[in-house]
Write a protein that binds this ligand. Structure first.
Ligand code: SAM
Length: 244
């Protein structure tokens, strides 16, 4: 994707200033840079500091849109310490934008602990909605969307995975999982064993050039992956328990 553009200027009437002392949770693209929103760009432009899971990666995103901001690292292993620091900055009136590497902060990404700390301190939090792999996968899956259960990543250990999947089997809504490319075949074979009759949808490389959808029973998808192994990022949707 080649989008070399400075942040577009929205109409002046649509521009209430950002609120000092607010934590903005800014969703960023999960692949396609055209998915950044106008509000995301404005918050990233007008905030005091951007707290980012990977400052190098976010620095590249900002540069791409012609933005230059102080960046502060905010990842799983410094989330507790940084949360205290960011609450202090917010209390002094700073405007903090939190971003993750891709998608919505706090969804299988750092953020939840900071939001809890900000809420507990009586300070403002405002979401700037945008890309989220689970929503993109679910809405185009063809499975029920009126009730769903977001699982995120399963545990890595086989026994724990099997236990978790058996618990999830009882849920009526569509299950939505994230899985790494290294374990996708393992997950599909676990589904073939534990939930062989459910419809499954794999959404690969969403919003990117090689976006691909695989639909079928777990056994059908396993055969497909065996014939042609796939790399990339996956969201996995599993039909919920039969309720009629
Ligand atoms: N916070 C992100 C969100 O809002 O979707 C999720 C972050 S989580 C660390 C990364 C996982 O999200 C990947 O392993 C994959 O399961 C899923 N994911 C992210 N981008 C994706 C994409 N473009 N296509 C398919 N799955 C994606």
């Amino acid at each position: 994707m080649n989008l070399s553009s400075p942040a577009p200027e929205p109409a002046p009437s649509a521009l209430p200033p950002l609120v000092p002392g607010t934590l903005y949770l800014v969703a960023t693209p999960i692949g396609n840079l055209e998915d950044i929103t106008l509000r995301a760009l404005r918050v990233l432009r007008d905030c005091t500091v951007v707290a980012a899971e990977d400052t190098r990666r976010t620095g590249q995103l900002l540069t791409h849109f012609g933005l230059h901001k102080p960046l502060l690292s905010f990842f799983k292993f410094n989330e507790a310490r940084r949360s205290v620091e960011l609450v202090e900055r917010l209390s002094r009136g700073d405007i903090v934008a939190l971003v993750s590497d891709a998608g919505s902060p706090g969804i299988s990404d750092p953020g939840q602990r900071l939001v809890a700390a900000v809420v507990a301190a009586g300070l403002r939090v405002e979401p700037i909605p945008g890309p989220c792999a689970l929503i993109a996968g679910l809405i185009a899956s063809g499975l029920l969307t009126d009730e769903f259960h977001f699982v995120g990543f399963l545990p890595v250990k086989s026994g724990q995975r099997a236990r978790r999947l058996s618990e999830l089997a009882a849920i009526a809504g569509t299950l939505v999982l994230y899985e790494s490319p290294y374990r996708i075949e393992k997950l599909v074979s676990e589904l073939a064993e534990l939930l062989p009759n459910r419809r499954v949808v794999l959404a690969r490389e969403l919003t990117k050039k090689f976006e691909e959808w695989l639909r079928g029973t777990p056994a059908e998808i396993a055969a497909n992956l065996q014939a042609r192994p796939r790399k990339g990022e996956f969201v996995v949707m599993v039909e919920g328990r039969e309720t009629t």
